[in-house]
Design a protein around this ligand. Structure first.
Ligand SMILES: Nc1ncnc2c1ncn2[C@@H]1O[C@H](COP(=O)(O)OP(=O)(O)O)[C@@H](O)[C@H]1O
Ligand SMILES: Nc1ccn([C@@H]2O[C@H](COP(=O)(O)O)[C@@H](O)[C@H]2O)c(=O)n1
Length: 460
């Protein structure tokens, strides 16, 4: 992704709104469970609900991902259609529950990918993060009590058994590498009895029974309207809350806000930023922006834990494995190359390419920060992360970015946040929510609280 100044101007229309409360704790994610017999249309209904919901960050999760790994003997049975994939014991329920619980808490998970042709999990996994809504479907989606307890809405697809058999036959031959005899053998021996013994009885737990599945558009419309209403009730106005939150002046003064380290360069830059004659001069402001970015990167480097400074000087290869810089907003992205000019050791600078990305911005007509992009590898959890943004006003964008990292198991004490300009209240809100995050800023002034971004003149 190239965030050069001219390209980064794109404003997106919808992202993920805040999913946590004012203590930084995640609000529970909405989970929909869909069950029904094999080939009843569970996946199709799950997809239709997702399309109709039309909200960002909906995750489809299939129970198939949690089929147990077979031993060679079981595998041979499966090859001859003699293995019972339709018994509740054929699923790794502990892994399923752990995955659903993490998703419910908003934590990133790696989900296995199942291959029906080989009856096994493929090597790669699917990284899932940022679900506003999880749509979980499977033949035993409502069977286990522990799973049901995690659901906000439970649906049963009621499709005629002849239709299910016909669809299964077609699908398994076309997509799952089976033949007619095998499908019929498996169906009569395992699939049909399982439906009668386990799946059909789980209908009693459903909030809504959908006859005929996806073609029942009336039922789908009613369900989607209900879900939208529920989601609206979950909606949280985080930035507005901070903006209206009265911070006691004494508390603010006594709180441990970072103390900016001012030198002549910073002092002169801030004066120019505030100067009526220079503050509208795009060229000068751009230069100040770049200068301040270099200054904050220098300070960020200086305040890294000792072990990183050692690595920076003596083992740069190891240093770049353990450190990660992420610029989080559109304005922040434009600081990236200047930040890395300093924070990445000189010998690796030309080859260094950050693969981690978080993009937060306010959607058009909305005053709330929203998460638009999040590409973080699982390995980030062991790293020290330097988050960068130009201006902290209410602190809501910074809090969102920190939250994303914590959801990826990065430790709070392993996060350093760099900003050029900050309001005292924004810094206070961040340190109150996440006291272990190290905050470094060059200049603090209450004027930044109401977002008069002094860099907006630059063409980002
Ligand atoms: N309402 C429908 N009308 C026609 N075909 C359908 C309908 N619903 C599903 N199918 C088809 O039936 C097969 C099984 O549907 P799927 O949604 O995958 O079922 P499940 O997830 O319950 O096994 C798929 O090939 C799908 O395209
Ligand atoms: N290796 C496997 C694993 C499962 N099955 C069958 O899949 C059915 C569940 O998937 P649906 O999409 O139909 O819900 C289940 O009935 C198993 O018999 C399989 O054939 N091979």
């Amino acid at each position: 992704m190239n965030y050069s100044r001219s390209l980064s101007k794109e404003i997106k229309t919808a992202g993920r709104a805040p999913w946590y409360n004012f203590e930084g704790e995640n609000l529970p994610i909405y989970i929909i469970g869909i069950t029904g017999g094999s080939a009843s249309g569970k996946t199709t209904v799950a997809e239709r609900i997702t399309q109709k919901l039309d909200v960002p960050w909906v995750v489809l999760l299939s129970m198939d991902s949690f089929y147990k790994v077979l031993n060679p003997e079981q595998h041979a049975l499966a090859e001859s259609n003699n293995y019972n994939f339709d018994h509740p014991d054929s699923f790794d329920i502990d892994l399923l529950i752990e995955t659903l619980k993490n998703l419910k808490k908003g934590i990133a998970v790696d989900v296995p990918i199942y291959d029906f042709k080989t009856h096994s999990r493929v090597e790669e996994t699917r990284h899932v993060y940022g679900a506003n809504v999880v749509v979980f479907e499977g033949i035993f989606a409502l069977y286990f009590e522990k799973v049901r307890k995690l659901m906000d809405l439970m649906l049963f697809i009621d499709t005629d058994s002849d239709i299910r058999l016909a669809r299964r036959m077609k699908r398994d031959i076309a997509e799952r590498g089976r033949d007619i005899d095998g499908v019929l053998k498996q169906y009569t021996r395992f699939v049909k009895p399982s439906f009668e013994d386990y799946i059909q009885p789980s209908k009693k737990y459903a909030d809504v029974i959908i006859p005929r599945g996806a073609e029942n558009t009336v039922a789908l419309d009613i369900i989607v309207t209900h879900i939208k209403k529920e989601l609206e009730e979950h909606d949280i106005k985080f930035r507005s809350h901070i903006a209206n939150f009265e911070v006691d002046n004494d508390e603010l003064i006594n709180s441990k806000l970072p103390k900016p380290e001012i030198n002549e360069i910073i002092k002169k830059s801030i004066e120019q930023l505030n100067n009526e004659e220079t503050k509208n001069n795009k060229k000068i402001i751009t230069k100040i922006f770049d200068t301040l970015t270099e200054q904050v990167a220098e300070q960020g480097l200086q305040y890294l834990p000792e072990e990183f400074i050692d690595l920076y000087n003596n083992n740069p290869q190891e240093y770049v494995k353990k450190i990660c810089t992420i610029c989080i907003s559109n304005l922040g992205k434009t600081m990236e190359s200047n930040i890395n000019q300093i924070l990445i050791p000189i010998s690796l600078r030309s080859s260094y390419k950050s693969t981690e990305n978080i993009l937060i911005q306010s959607a058009i007509d909305q005053n709330e920060p929203q998460l638009f992009e999040c590409e973080l590898k699982s390995s980030i959890k062991g790293k020290h992360v330097i988050l960068v943004d130009a201006v902290i006003s209410t602190g809501s964008v910074a809090i969102m970015a920190i939250k994303v990292l914590l959801d990826h198991n990065v430790k709070e004490e392993n996060i350093t946040f760099l900003s050029l300009l900050s309001s005292p209240k924004g810094l206070y809100m961040i340190s109150k929510t996440f006291p272990k995050v190290k905050l470094i800023t060059l200049h603090i002034d209450p004027i930044y609280e109401d977002c008069p971004n002094p860099f907006k003149i630059i063409d980002f």
